[in-house]
Design a binder for this molecule. Structure first.
Ligand code: SF4
Length: 266
């Protein structure tokens, strides 16, 4: 599979996604095929840096065969706009490709039947960041990449907006936009988490000069530090903060502020 992923150029991605969509369009692998109108395909920029994964189409999406329309789509647009982005800069899809009747929770066997399609789609799009939205998509994606999800559903809120690198894949779980329709008081907090996408869109401005770059390129530093901070959440880097404030700090201080004496000897 890895070799196949490496070889997906943009035109190959287009062909792969067209044939993938054709193949799943009449799927009858689970009971949801009897109540849906459409198997909803993913939409967006095939070369996007961010692949957003929601749970499943709602009634309106199912009827009109479009991703994220209606109130939750409007909310997504608002959150993306706050991050300086729009739909053209992302790819979006669902964990379950058919509508869940009356918005009920998915059953385990439905996730098991449908998730191999998502796995294929992830391999085709091969985005730098996977962005699962809400509980079910986050739980699925973390498990897929061999990372334990939080033990309780209520704990998921603590990982939204926090970047993770698992099995070489960068992941940032976010709240589902529809959650704001039920809890509008969380809007400013949710917006802050979506704004992380803007941070992740550019490398840290200090990266070309940073000792972390040198240590990494010389093979003395694990890749996760670069991917999670310098090419990820540089806003949360202690080195970045100190550079901005003009404070001295040792070259061997890691982005989380801890000191690595092993680097001091290099
Ligand atoms: S270690 Fe921090 S300051 Fe240095 S490039 Fe990475 S994010 Fe920027």
């Amino acid at each position: 599979m890895e070799q196949q992923i490496e070889s997906y150029t943009t035109s190959k991605k287009e062909n792969a996604i067209v044939s993938f969509n054709l193949r799943i369009k009449n799927c009858e692998k689970c009971r949801l095929s009897t109540s849906r109108t459409h198997v909803l395909m993913g939409e967006g920029n095939l070369d996007a840096r961010f692949m957003l994964i929601a749970l499943s189409p709602g009634e309106k999406e199912d009827a009109e065969n479009r991703m994220f329309i209606g109130p939750s789509g409007n909310m997504l647009d608002k959150l993306l706009k706050a991050s300086g982005m729009d739909r053209k800069s992302i790819y979006m899809t669902n964990l379950i490709k058919c509508m869940l009747p009356k918005n009920r929770r998915p059953k385990m066997d439905e996730i098991e039947s449908c998730s191999p399609f998502l796995d294929e789609e992830i391999a085709i799009i091969h985005s730098e960041w996977i962005v699962p939205l809400g509980y079910y998509a986050t739980r699925y994606v973390l498990t897929k990449y061999h990372t334990d999800p939080p033990p309780a559903r209520t704990d998921f809120i603590n990982i939204y907006g926090k970047p993770i690198i698992a099995n070489n894949q960068k992941i940032v779980p976010l709240p589902h936009p529809a959650s704001l329709l039920y809890n509008p008081s969380f809007e400013s907090e949710t917006m802050k988490k979506y704004k992380k996408l803007q941070i992740f869109s550019d490398d840290c401005k200090w990266f070309p000069l940073c000792p972390m770059k040198w240590y990494y390129e010389a093979g003395h530093l694990e890749r996760k530090w670069i991917e999670l901070y310098c090419r990820g959440d540089w806003e949360s880097c202690v080195r970045y903060e100190m550079e901005e404030q003009g404070h001295d700090h040792p070259d061997w201080m890691l982005p989380d502020g801890s000191l690595d004496v092993g680097l001091k000897k290099m």
